[in-house]
Design a protein around this ligand. Sequence first.
Ligand code: ADP
Ligand code: MG
Length: 729
Amino acid sequence: MAIFRFEALKSAANRKPVAVEEIGRKSELFGANVFNDKAMRQHLTSEAYKAVRAAIEHGVKIDRKMAEYVALGMKEWAMSKGATHYTHWFQPLTGTTAEKHDAFFETSMDGSDPVEKFSGSTLVQQESDASSFPNGGIRNTFEARGYTAWDPTSPAFVYGTTLCIPTVFVSYTGEALDNKAPLLRALSTIDVAATEVAKYFDKNIKKVTPTLGWEQEYFLIDIDLAASRPDILQTGRTLLGHTSAKGQQLEDHYFGSIPTRVLNYMRDLENECILLGIPAKTRHNEVAPNQFELAPIFEETNLAVDHNSLLMDVMQKVAERHNFKVLFHEKPFKGVNGSGKHNNWSLATDTGVNLLSPGKTPMSNLQFLTFFVNTIKAVADYEELLRASIASASNDYRLGANEAPPAIISVFIGEQLIKVLEELEGVSTGKLSPEEKTDLKLNVVGKIPDVMLDNTDRNRTSPFAFTGNKFEFRAVGSTANCANSMTTLNAIVAKQLMDFKQEVDALIAKENLKKDEAIFNVLREYIKQVKHILFEGDGYSKEWEIEAEKRGLSNHKNTPDALKAKVSQKSLDLFEAVNVMSNKEVEARYEIELEEYVKKVQIESRVLGDIIRNHIIPTAFRYQNVLIENIKGLKEIFGKDYEQYADEQIKILKKISEHINQLNAKMHAMMDARKEANALTNIEQKAHDYCNKVKPFFDDIRYHADKLELMVDNELWTLTKYRELLFTR
Ligand code: ADP
Ligand code: MG
């Protein structure tokens, strides 16, 4: 009997590294398939070029006539790169990216005059008159068709034979239906808010741009082995499988030498990245076997988010060429590390300054401290919202699982900066004496650069850590679209900076304080208020959970609980105040995310049930029959003495029966729980039921199935095992 598992193992074992075509010098080819500044200069009239630049830099709307010129140039360029089709490329709330390809090719009705066409209106898809469409409730809005609109701030690119135009996706009534629209709003609000504050320190600053450098972790599995597992195919993770004897305990994978087959995949992938303008920079092994990471050079946030979404798509496509499947899931394997997507975040000015980087003068350090403390204050005030921004069914398996940041949000800043904050806290109220000012400048603020140099301590267990010149949001899941976390982070910091500006200005106006005195005064108050969010210890420890609870920090261990914060009054007010999302948009998102959660758990539950019935139980029966035959034979030969020879067989037979009984009972109980959950119409209740009544069966069921895996003859076992999935490369 041929078992798919063995066929898959055989083809996986015979794989040879797939050769990679060399593309040439990266610096010359970078962005070759991107309609970037250089391509625009070459292919657009100078008027059209100026119009696009104005749109990128100042958000100036491109008029219809100009759009025609841009479309024309873009089409010519794209066709010179081999494009035959175009698509409005967008990031819907479910899934990673969406696209519908249309050909440039057109003919008139009778088939004459075939041409390649691409009009300005097709490029831009300008707004239709919203008033002619019904403005229904949330559900109606979200089920209604929306339209996509060109985002000129993220350049178009050619991928394969398609011109991809990054777009936002909104409903006819103007509500955001995607990840990009709210992100763009948040980026625009924080630009204004941060610029206002930055002007305290440098009047020349006109624009502040949030930067993002993500780090993408992933697993690579042989494509046939992946196909041999129904759970990996349908849920992206293993629902069953006994831990292999060797896992990651030898710590021999992290930064180890990269296997040739994988290295070729990475090189091929990097070549694609270079052509697409994704600045891939580092590649290395991660902690778990077959786990790897790719990180780019950081970019402006909107572009970085687009690039991460594009990358995830490209990764899977390139993997096929190398007979791999990429697992992006946060926890594909039990017992080995899961994957995250650290979001490194900072604020850059148009004068070339990183606002979260300490400078050389006391004034630039005060600027650093201002943005540093305000960010911490924003996280302290909105930790629950930040937690909600990274909640997903798959990230639930990773957060708090003793190898990833816990579900509690805290901020790590390092011992030295803690000391700096302590000294600032001691600043006296109101006007400062000349002595105090000098002391502050020389001994507190002035010392930061020295302090930072030897601030090498890094706390890997912190979900939100300051790492020298940026904050690193580490709790983001590897499957996530960065837009969700980045929209939230930029929104809360924007709100905080707006409040800060008001407070400082009020002190200057009412108390007649000097600007720096006012800033010191406000910062001092903030430092007193944020202590509960600062944590330097082991974030994985049980003690921290207890301590965090005392401090009043939230600790939502699952998605339905965590998401709730999104629709709290505080959150609704925030998103409205920073002009990022209307209440209706936030509420709609909440529902969509709950629905997504339900669907994910539902699919897992169904797949698990199928595997138990179609794989585990039949295989266990088959092995029982082998044992029964064996025992019968022994009885035939040894007569009534057979039991002493069949002792082990009988024991195993009994054990297998017990596990089968348990499996069957639990599987049916899970199905009943699922039926009950499915009958619920309230999505909140349904999500809670799936979380608290259906999902708990997963571990119970797995326990018995994994025990059977250890007992049943390896030759009969149909599911590819952990040792095979993790160590074939
Ligand atoms: P690690 O955190 O793995 O030790 P690094 O600290 O060198 O590595 O950087 C990790 C990521 O941080 C990289 O993707 C890099 O592009 C990004 N990064 C560095 N500086 C900034 C910044 N100012 N803003 C945003 N991201 C940044
Ligand atoms: Mg990192």
